[in-house]
Design a protein around this ligand. Structure first.
Ligand code: DGL
Length: 260
């Protein structure tokens, strides 16, 4: 049995990376819905349809668990997925809770970066309403980073000008924590580090999702039995060409480097 990790595109590799570190003795299926990326700029009902179709495909593969490694897909479809399938379905949402806790301690603000759809969804608004008692949380959609990541373009000469433009209305020194609330964004951690003052915490939900996955599988006595092998799919088609597979390996290597 395998663990499926699903995203609209390559962003889910940031979650796959965490899962593989914590659960190396598993086999994985990574599914990027590249025919429909970006989800974050599309209407909710359309995105929900894409997610349900992808899950139908993955359900034929005998899964241990499905990790929805996409904040946007989680916010529009997680309840429907959980109601439909018997295997555990894990989602990811912007890490607002630890960010607010930290910001209260440090007297700083929180900047939540995500897709437009995630930031406009009720799930996000409820989360912020529940946690942000002192009005410290601001949201910022960054669709340009999804576009760059899908082109495997992490060149700071392209990333930094885009981020500077998007951050022009913000005083970066006010923020103690930046939440990377889209799974494509941890690929750009180096650029965020460059633009925010030293000491700014830059966090994402990937490690927490991987820990949840481990806890849930352990609770079901379902850990192990694999070799760390990943089968990659793009919208239902297995990736066989070496060039793309090499790109994916480079992405995993890049994440290793960014963590150091
Ligand atoms: N990676 C996705 C997320 O975490 C969404 C990117 C997109 O398709 O717009 O929200």
């Amino acid at each position: 049995m395998k663990i499926a990790v699903f995203d609209s595109g390559i962003g889910g590799i940031t979650v796959l990376h965490q899962a593989m570190k914590l659960l190396p003795d598993e086999d994985y299926i990574f599914f990027a819905d590249t025919a429909h990326v970006p989800y974050g700029e599309k209407p909710k009902e359309e995105v929900r349809g894409f997610v349900m179709d992808a899950a139908d495909f993955l359900n034929q593969q005998h899964l241990k668990a499905l990790v929805v490694a996409c904040n946007t897909a989680t916010s529009v479809a997680i309840d429907d997925l959980r109601a439909k399938y018997a295997f555990p379905v894990l989602g990811i949402e912007p890490a607002v809770k630890p960010a607010v806790r930290e910001s209260e301690e440090r007297g700083k603000k929180v900047l939540v970066t995500a897709t437009r759809l995630t930031l406009s969804e009720a799930k996000y608004h409820h989360l912020v309403e529940r946690l942000d008692k002192n009005d410290r949380v601001d949201g910022l959609p960054l669709p340009g980073l999804v576009t760059l990541a899908e082109k495997f373009d992490f060149d700071r000469n392209h990333v930094i000008p885009y981020l500077k433009e998007q951050l022009a209305g913000f005083d970066v020194t006010e923020y103690g924590t930046v939440v990377l609330g889209c799974t494509h964004f941890p690929f750009f951690r180096d650029s965020f580090r460059e633009l925010f003052p030293e000491g700014t915490d830059i966090i994402d939900g990937g490690p927490g999702t991987a820990r949840n996955l481990k806890r849930i599988l352990a609770g079901r006595h379902q850990t192990g039995g694999g070799t760390g092998h990943v089968t990659y799919y793009r919208s239902g088609v297995e990736v066989a060409d070496q060039e793309t597979l090499v790109h994916y390996q480079h992405l995993l290597d890049r994440l290793d480097r960014l963590e150091k």
